[in-house]
Design a protein around this ligand. Sequence first.
Ligand SMILES: Nc1ncnc2c1ncn2[C@@H]1O[C@H](COP(=O)(O)OP(=O)(O)OP(=O)(O)O)[C@@H](O)[C@H]1O
Ligand SMILES: [Mg+2]
Length: 294
Amino acid sequence: MAKDQAAALRTIAAQRASQRRRSEYSRVIVVTSGKGGVGKTNISVNLGIALAEQGLRVALMDADMGLANADILLGINPPYNLAHVINGEKTIKEIMAQGPAGLKLIAGGSGMTELADISRYNLSNLVNSLQDLDDALDILLIDTGAGITSSVLSFALAGDEILVVVTPDPTSLADAYGLVKVLDRRNHSASVRIVVNMCENQKQGQEVFTKLDGVAKRFLSRQLLWGGMVPRDAVVPRAVRAFQPFYLVYPRSQAAAAIRQLAGQITAESGSYQKETVSTGIGGFFRRLFGVGK
Ligand SMILES: Nc1ncnc2c1ncn2[C@@H]1O[C@H](COP(=O)(O)OP(=O)(O)OP(=O)(O)O)[C@@H](O)[C@H]1O
Ligand SMILES: [Mg+2]
């Protein structure tokens, strides 16, 4: 093929790609749980890498106001966090740290507590900056803290896609139902996907989901999405101790296979998230989160 012909084809392909990107909004997936310590951060980090490996532009925002630790699991030490965006020192793109497989990390840091009493002026700067992410990312994953306290819940209430992590432990199941109930009442249109972590086997994972889904159907007339199960796997704590994501260091483990499956399921659905309202995408998510107009 002539050189200029190839160049022309490349230009057309690039134009098509940019047109497609403009009509599709970035997806925001909020990872949360009723009970703490169920594996949200491990699932967020490794899922983020699995999605990035598929060629998607993915960032993980560490929105845990307590002990933020996505950076530790990724083995990176981001120099900047959201506080630098809030006080106007940096833009959101400048604070994104480079993680493995192209995954980016947005550290919340002290910025998460500063959000509580941010001025109106700084808030609109922050929201405008966050809105820039719509052009830069396909998926924004948000790792939150646990529970249904207002600060944690606000992320899940603003999200279109919520991933609730639960374990077979009865208290985790009860707390997950509590969270699902609140989401049903206060963010009814969101899709709620359940991932059962630390399962002894596939059967146990399905049983836990069936129980939760059954109660949600019966009392809330609501259908939950099955996100899959992640087995209890010794490679998870081993990788944590080595400050490395298990998905990368133990790619053939059962836990990594489960994450790969979850990532495949999430990308398979991308076509259904092309809503045409001003409140969608990353910009829309943060406008809802902070209760500011468009
Ligand atoms: N599938 C698994 N198999 C074995 N251990 C696991 C698994 N998932 C998580 N863990 C272990 O459980 C602990 C808690 O995991 P993680 O920090 O990801 O939970 P979390 O929900 O983010 O906690 P928090 O609510 O404190 O933010 C970690 O020590 C981790 O090693
Ligand atoms: Mg966590």
